[in-house]
Design a protein around this ligand. Structure first.
Ligand SMILES: NC(=O)c1ccc[n+]([C@@H]2O[C@H](COP(=O)([O-])OP(=O)(O)OC[C@H]3O[C@@H](n4cnc5c(N)ncnc54)[C@H](OP(=O)(O)O)[C@@H]3O)[C@@H](O)[C@H]2O)c1
Length: 313
């Protein structure tokens, strides 16, 4: 048997339950993962909140898109994107479905070797935010000499946009709560507080506006300020879908984009190498037992310490 977390209904964190599931053998091309750590992301609760639509046919709904663990079994002809997979390998799996579990059966295509230098918790929280950040930077065409505004620079995605954007040679202004300014500065951006007067505070640092904007906040304020400050509206990018950013001309990255998950899959090995070498940092804010997933989601929906939330089976 294995244990997994499911949403039994649409609603708040109270609809989550830990259930037992029959252990399934891997089919050809599949791999069994004994899970050590699971990354928590806002989409995990958005999907059962009803914010993305509600389809009773998908209940009970498994949650989660990333994890790290040890290969327990290898199905016939299963191979990873970077080579063979063996029992006992330490790996990261992304993108996968229903990763809130202590045992997963995943496609070999989602299995990336974990560097020994990368702790389990950081490995589990790396790829969903890191690959999204690469997608946003590519979509905004960020490179040397750009002045980039990042909304939500202390967040999971934003912290990677800052680190990777700096490595591309961009200068970055990042919005965050005052408590997170030192963290944003340590990542390589100049912090500014969001809230009333944001436009003026950014103007002090960017009198001629900015070259590009990456928004991970999705607030009306972030949209309005971005439209006002950017010199070329084709370089407005957001991770938060909605009618307002679409009307304002933002490009929205996501699985429903023209290339689907392919840009993110392509970014995985690069990101794992960077993290293994210590060239990017995954900050872990809190860990929870798998059985505490509901509490983790309740906390993630409130203002919280900067960094990833991780579930431990
Ligand atoms: N489209 C996609 O494929 C995709 C992929 C990944 C994520 N996302 C979405 O992107 C968003 C960010 O994800 P995440 O994992 O980075 O979340 P996160 O780690 O919770 O970070 C959220 C950030 O938003 C900031 N924030 C909160 N209220 C704000 C406001 N009013 N104005 C400006 N910033 C504000 C927070 O800053 P402080 O903590 O400093 O207050 C925090 O840094 C979520 O909506 C998520 O669903 C989309």
């Amino acid at each position: 048997m294995s244990r997994r977390v499911v949403a039994r209904a649409y609603g708040g964190p109270e609809v989550l339950a830990v259930v037992d599931a029959e252990a399934v053998n891997p089919a050809p091309g599949e791999v069994v993962i004994e899970v050590r750590a699971i990354g928590v992301n806002p989409i995990d609760y958005k999907l059962y909140s009803g914010a993305c639509g509600a389809d009773p046919d998908v209940l009970p709904m498994g949650l989660g898109s990333e994890a790290a663990g040890i290969v327990g079994e290898v199905g016939d002809s299963a191979a990873g994107p970077v080579g063979p997979i063996s029992v006992g390998d330490e790996v990261i799996v992304y993108p996968v479905s229903e990763s809130y579990a202590d045992r997963l059966v995943v496609s070999g295509d989602s299995v990336i070797p974990k560097p020994a230098s990368l702790p389990w918790n950081e490995a589990a929280g790396l790829l969903a935010v890191g690959a999204t950040a690469v997608d946003t930077l590519d979509t905004a065409n960020v490179g040397t000499g750009d002045l980039l505004l990042v909304h939500g620079a202390s967040g999971g995605v934003g912290s990677f946009v800052v680190q990777l954007g700096r490595a591309r040679g961009a200068t970055i202004i990042g919005t965050a709560r005052p408590e997170h300014h030192d963290y944003v500065r340590s990542l390589g951006a100049t912090p500014v507080s969001y809230g009333a007067g944001l436009d003026d505070r950014v103007r002090v640092l960017a009198p001629d506006g900015v070259d590009a904007v990456i928004d991970t906040a999705g607030s009306d304020e972030a949209i309005d300020v971005s439209v006002d400050l950017v010199r070329d509206r084709s370089r407005l990018v957001t991770t938060v879908p909605g009618p307002r950013p679409a009307e304002a001309g933002f490009r929205i990255v996501g699985a429903l984009g023209p290339e689907g998950m392919e840009p993110r899959k392509r970014a995985r090995v690069f990101l794992v190498d960077l993290a293994g070498n210590g060239d990017v940092r995954v900050r872990v804010a809190r860990t929870y037992a798998l059985t505490e997933a509901a509490r983790a989601h309740a906390d993630l929906r409130k203002p919280h310490a900067a960094g990833k939330f991780i579930l431990l089976p």
